[in-house]
Design a protein around this ligand. Structure first.
Ligand SMILES: [Zn+2]
Length: 409
């Protein structure tokens, strides 16, 4: 959900365009002092005062000055740093420029300072953060070596290695074969227990862990898994794959395969949700659909789960009548906005019949629904549209549906 909002915000910023190179972007890493940044901007301000074109000079200086004002609201740049956008944006053709200022806290720390003045806001580093960055674990093991690692996207955030100290299958001379086998089994059991204990401890400390890849050459990993010593909450998250190595080398080998697994996981999860929804519609009366019914159920806190398509292209428009104060809302598709709003504004107030209705608010329905879900503490799943189940969801349910409470599972 946060990810969705973050992406929408970036898309919004991407839509802002200046007349010339007049838009200021500022990336401030954590720990950088705000007063230092302001000092830097004051220098840029004096540089900008030399710009020849009068219009550009004013626009750039206004943008920098506004960024400084925004920065003064902050004591520090926070644990993830701060990004500020400021610039004169034409609102409706040339000569209608208005200074717009935005700031955001990135979802992950940014580790560089950057000032840029361009015709667009500089968003590449933030877009980079949008790429899949899910947390997953890897255990790469055989009977001799093992490594446990945790990744965020492609970044390794934890790695521990182990050796079992157990000799190979061929017994040392002098020992009876049966006794040797028994001792070896015992040692293996201990090694598996120790490994599982460490894995549980490490992985449980990452509550957002999406998948655990169990890798290694040969059947040892399967035996280890069958022992059942890994924490029960991981059961559905474990994916077994073959690699040619165990230990650290095995971890490296498993990374590429893990990426495919994670993308598939998301698709499988969405497919399951949509399948479940279709099944419920066919067999039980536990699904709400139709935008109005879903919103009504949502407001009454009757929903266990709200499902919304990423492609939902509806906008909620709020009108107000200055004569009687009547306020009403309308939901429109994005294509209809341009034709229907002027029509409405030219018409009469549904309450008192006076003319002169005003448009006071316009918000994407996705945002409205996310807000309402947050207020009512309802779980939300956003279904992407790039796959069959997602398309079915969009077509069959117009992109919005709810599962009623008390019927989950
Ligand atoms: Zn009225």
């Amino acid at each position: 959900m946060e990810r969705y909002k973050f992406r929408r915000f970036i898309e919004f910023l991407e839509s802002r365009e200046g007349r010339g190179t007049e838009l200021v972007t500022l990336y401030i890493p954590p720990g950088k002092r705000i007063d230092e940044v302001i000092g830097y901007l004051r220098q840029e301000l004096s540089t900008a005062s030399n710009i020849k074109s009068k219009g550009t000079r004013k626009a750039v200086m206004d943008a920098i000055e506004s960024a400084i004002q925004r920065l003064k609201l902050f004591k520090d740049s926070g644990p993830n740093g701060l990004v500020v956008f400021s610039g004169a944006i034409p609102q409706n053709g040339e000569g209608t420029e208005k200074i717009e200022v935005y700031h955001m806290t990135p979802p992950e720390p940014i580790n560089f300072f950057l000032y840029r003045c361009d015709s667009k806001f500089y968003l590449e580093p933030l877009k980079e953060l949008l790429k899949e960055r899910e947390t997953y674990g890897i255990i790469a093991m055989d009977n001799e070596d093992a490594a446990i690692a945790v990744f965020r996207g492609k970044m390794m955030v934890e790695l521990r290695t182990y050796t079992s100290g157990i000799p190979g299958k061929h017994r040392a001379g002098g020992q009876s074969s049966r006794r040797f086998e028994r001792l070896r089994d015992q040692a293996l059991q201990e090694y598996y227990s120790r490994l599982a204990e460490h894995a549980n401890e490490i992985f449980l400390s990452y509550p957002d862990i999406k998948a655990i890849i169990l890798a290694g050459p040969g059947p040892t990993k399967d035996v280890f898994l069958k022992e059942g010593k890994l924490h029960y909450t991981f059961r559905d998250k474990i994916h077994v794959i073959d690699t040619s190595y165990a230990g650290e080398e095995g971890v490296r080998e498993a990374i590429d395969k893990a990426a495919d697994i994670l993308v598939n996981l998301r698709l499988v999860r969405e497919r399951r949700l949509v399948d479940d929804l279709m099944r419920r519609v066919a067999t039980q009366n536990t699904v709400v659909y139709g935008l109005d019914s879903v919103r009504e159920a949502l407001r009454r806190r009757q929903l266990e789960l709200l499902m919304v398509s990423e492609e939902l292209d509806l906008v909620e428009v709020t009108y107000n009548c200055p004569s009687c104060g009547y306020e009403f809302k309308e939901t429109l598709s994005e294509q209809d906005l341009i034709s229907i709003i002027p029509e409405k504004l030219a018409g009469k107030c549904p309450s008192c019949g006076a003319e002169g209705l005003r448009l006071i608010y316009q918000e994407r329905l996705m945002e409205v629904l996310l807000k309402e879900a947050e207020e009512t503490n309802t779980k939300v799943e956003i279904i992407s549209a790039g796959h069959e189940s997602g398309e079915i969801f969009l077509k069959t349910f117009n992109g919005v549906a709810g599962v009623l409470k008390g019927f989950s599972g």
